[in-house]
Ligand binder design. Structure first.
Ligand SMILES: Cc1cc2nc3c(=O)[nH]c(=O)nc-3n(C[C@H](O)[C@H](O)[C@H](O)COP(=O)(O)OP(=O)(O)OC[C@H]3O[C@@H](n4cnc5c(N)ncnc54)[C@H](O)[C@@H]3O)c2cc1C
Length: 386
């Protein structure tokens, strides 16, 4: 076995980490301040700069998706600024990723260059206020109108909605056949006919992420993803499974940023005549933080490598990586907050921001409960007949 990254992967990791530290990290605090229009402009500029530097397209080469490259870029970006990671993720991993995986050649031609180059922004709108984990409960629906589809309904929490040029919207096209074949992902371009961007959504963490609700009333669609009606739910499931490695990158990136802040504080802060890092209670927290974070990274890279090599266990490993790294991140920020104590609890401190940001991982793109069910189901299937 060889746990080392290849020379190319190591160079990618080094270069993207340096870029994010240099260009993105200083924006993390600014993204939490100011009026929404200023924050949105800063986010759009960050996505553009990441695109121009080639980081959004890393992993999307001609030879198929490179999940290790996607992970390495994701961890570096999440470490520098979790909010920028989440905005990038909706535009690139989810919207462009879905088009790349399932789109027709003309859909790829129309959208991928802009999304991967950072010139346009994408969003994925699937859940609704009454239906998050259980997507069979959505009500958004499309009606055929000549050669096109008109969408109606509301999507309540959509990352990038205030900025997005193109949306992928999950909606019914045929309720009678049930969710597995009656839903499709519809491409929707921002236009005067909709979708309406209503109700800016403010969140506990990730405050720099532009989030709003979509309101659709006879909103024209630019077509069904892949021209393949009825695949919406299975496309979302595949996207979420492959995307679990990216969500693990978010957890590990947050964990790494937290360890940097905590270690620096433990080395600088003195109490009762010693640096606090010299007290076992503090040192053991740092040790646990390192162990949990590195385990999350190893699981995520193993899953990414599994996807690259068509390992049949890759989906299970990816679910384990997202589950473990997300829960590890919330443990790590809790330990970090304890080490920084009052200095961490102050509004505006890096630790306070990371503490608020971390919880997202356990909730979105498969809650921890749904992932445990998924892993258990696969495990039971594996030993079928035993
Ligand atoms: C910051 C943020 C950004 C978001 N961005 C987007 C976006 O861009 N696009 C989009 O479409 N959506 C987005 N969402 C919505 C997100 O997808 C949902 O919040 C998520 O899917 C969870 O759904 P829910 O909140 O409705 O929880 P629910 O599904 O109602 O779950 C509530 C609780 O019940 C548990 N539960 C549910 N079913 C079961 C079961 N069968 N067994 C055991 N436990 C169960 C869950 O694990 C959870 O603990 C975003 C949400 C947030 C907070």
């Amino acid at each position: 076995m060889n746990y080392q990254l290849s020379a190319d992967q190591a160079r990618l990791q080094q270069d993207v980490t340096a870029f994010c530290a240099d260009v993105i990290a200083s924006r993390a605090k600014k993204l939490e301040e100011g009026v929404p229009a200023e924050r949105d402009a800063l986010m759009r500029d960050s996505l553009k700069r990441l695109g121009k530097a080639g980081w959004l397209a890393a992993g999307y080469g001609e030879g198929g998706l490179d999940h290790v490259a996607l992970y390495l870029v994701g961890e570096a970006l999440a470490r520098a600024c979790p909010a920028t990671f989440v905005s990038m993720r909706s535009s690139v991993h989810l919207c462009a990723g879905a088009i790349r995986l399932f789109g027709t050649p003309s859909q790829k031609d129309r959208y991928l260059k802009g999304l991967l180059g950072g010139d346009s922004v994408g969003a994925l709108a699937y859940s609704e206020v009454q239906a998050g984990s259980d997507l069979g409960g959505i009500t958004a629906a499309a009606q055929a109108d000549g050669n096109t589809w008109l969408l109606g309904g509301t999507k309540d929490i959509v990352v990038n909605a205030p900025l997005a040029d193109v949306f992928l919207v999950l909606a019914w096209h045929d309720r009678a056949t049930g969710p597995d074949t009656g839903m499709s992902l519809f491409l929707v371009e921002r236009s005067a006919q909709g979708p309406g961007i209503v109700g800016r959504v403010e969140t506990m963490g990730l405050k720099g992420v532009p989030i709003a609700s979509l309101s659709m009333d006879r909103c024209p669609s630019a077509g069904i993803l892949g021209d393949n009606p009825g695949q919406g739910l299975s496309q979302i499931r595949r996207l979420m499974s492959l995307g679990s490695v990216g969500m693990a990158a978010l957890g590990v990136g947050i964990g790494t940023a937290c360890m940097e802040v905590s270690t620096a504080h433990a080395k600088a802060r003195s109490a009762f005549g010693r640096k606090i890092g010299m007290y076992q209670d503090v040192g053991f927290k740092l040790a646990d933080m390192f162990a949990y974070n590195d385990l999350g990274r190893m699981l995520a890279l193993r899953a990414a490598w599994g996807f690259n090599t068509n390992d049949r266990e890759a989906d299970t490993l990816a679910a384990c990586a997202k589950l473990f790294a997300s829960e590890a991140a919330t443990k790590i920020v809790n330990w970090g907050m304890q080490i920084l104590a009052g200095h961490g609890y102050l509004a505006g401190s890096t630790m306070e921001r990371l503490y608020r940001d971390a919880k997202f991982g356990e909730i979105c793109e498969g809650t921890s409960e749904m992932l445990r069910q998924e892993i258990a189901r696969r495990e039971l299937d594996r030993f079928e007949g035993v």
